[in-house]
Design a protein around this ligand. Sequence first.
Ligand code: BG6
Length: 483
Amino acid sequence: YSHQPKFPEGFMWGASSAAWQVEGATEEGGRSISAIDLNSKTKKPFADNSIAADHYHHFKEDVALMAECGFTSYRFSLAWPRIIPASDGKVNEEGVAFYNALIDELVANGIEPIVTLYHYDMPLWVEEELGGWKSRKTIAAFEQYARVCFERFGDRVKYWLSINEQNMQIAYGDWLGVSKGCHDWFRDQWRINHIINLCHATAVNLCHELVPGGKIGPVPGMVPIYPETCRPMDQIAAMNAEEFTEKIWNDTYAYGEYSDFVKRYWKNNDIDPGIEPGDEQLMKSAKIDFFAINCYRSNTAKWAPADAKEHPYELNKTGNKGELVFPVVPGAYQLVYNPYVEYTDWDWEIDPISIRYVMRYMWDHYRLPLMITENGFGAHEHKDSEGKVHDQYRIDFLRENIYQLGLAIEDGCEIIGYNPWSFTDLLSTGNGIEKRYGFVYVDTTDDELNEAQDRGEIPACRRIKKDSFYWYSKLIKSNGAEW
Ligand code: BG6
């Protein structure tokens, strides 16, 4: 490190989670089933989300640990099926009470809540009775849910996030089951995407109407795309990949209208995104206050000719089968291996410079304040003989990311917070609790969670502070000065 960048006063240091990945208690407190609960059951032998990190029962202890660590913010999501469990639209007061208790606990400890409305846990009733994201009926249901959240929690929650990684849900439709039931995903994805955009816009306007001093932004998952070589067509391929995985969404959020790029793409491919009268006005009226950004890695692209064959993109450096399948987009781009970075055990690029790139890119394009709502290092982890967890690789990864974030601030970007994934270990999207991200180890395994669930029990899920907890604590208590 050439020097130590300075972070602004009041910078929000914390960590991040999502309800379905951390809470557990899926059938407690009046919560109804979510489509993601069923999706998580397809990931066997990994545990599903029934128990997860059992944060539902440990939330006071977890917030006490956050306070001990020195957190000034915590980004988490509300579970729609915990708040509106059925199609009668009745508010589940027990669910509201749980989130009130969590928010009160955070506020009492000086921790700013940053709250995501939707992080993948669509109530099953919305999917089955309304048609989920495929149906415009879902817009009114989402509006009612968002209204309840703003009315019940908006007195204490000032930072709101609309929908987590809409771009990734559309670009990689299979992964979380968003494409389930679609017969022509190539076309259907744009209708679904349009409906999600209308939900986002509705939430943005409602937040401004109902939450005094409330601010709201979207949460794109940002993966910069580097060109494989300086061959000019590789640069165009990288730009194409950025469009199809990120830029189409960011432009829509920032400008409230679809870009010429995507409109031309729809026209050329005979795609009707289902825009109805009034939709464009709604989108235009929704002015976001900031971008929340999830940023873990980078990708690399090369040009793919129009006759390029689709085949799965599998990095195999570590011998693991890559967990995401990235198709070739003939005539646009193909993702490739990057020899200049290391890879995690799950074939994710270890590329801290990508966070500086993303910050620069977003600030230069949109001139809106930025906050990191996810960044982190997934690893297989175990306690040593003394019951401790030594995660130096995570410390190295986060330190380098924070350094690069500091450089982005020096580059002129307005960045207001850093909330990496995750505080405690929690359920990953596809690899149970085996893929751990936390500063705090949750002392259980997928096998134990599976067995306990079969017996109808909940394991102790003891919390153990990892080495990264102590390191992060020093760093954030000194506002980034001691690392
Ligand atoms: C983000 C999601 O894309 O990545 C989280 O918002 C997710 O929900 C995180 O957990 C890490 O991904 P994974 O697949 O390792 O859990």
